[in-house]
Design a protein. Structure first.
Length: 81
């Protein structure tokens, strides 16, 4: 949870510093990052819901994949293990 939160925080800061970064609809991207990964409590809760069926893990992984496909792979490995 802490690692994911660090990645999300860095991404949110970079989108503020470099608004020209090419991420489709930046407002929706930022909103989905904050919805699932906006705090340590939300990150842990999202991880829990993803493995227990409380949220579609694809929906939770989508903003991470927007940062880098590698994070999508890591999230998928978390779900699989």
């Amino acid at each position: 949870g802490v690692c994911v939160l660090e990645l999300v925080t860095a991404e949110l800061q970079s989108t503020e510093m470099y608004p020209e970064k090419q991420i489709g609809d930046l407002a929706n991207f930022r909103a989905s990052l904050l919805e699932y990964w906006g705090s340590l409590a939300l990150a842990v809760y999202t991880l829990f819901k993803a493995i227990c069926g409380g949220v579609d893990w694809g929906d939770a992984a989508e903003p991470l994949i927007g940062i880098s496909p590698f994070f999508g792979v890591l999230f998928s490995m978390y779900i699989a293990i």
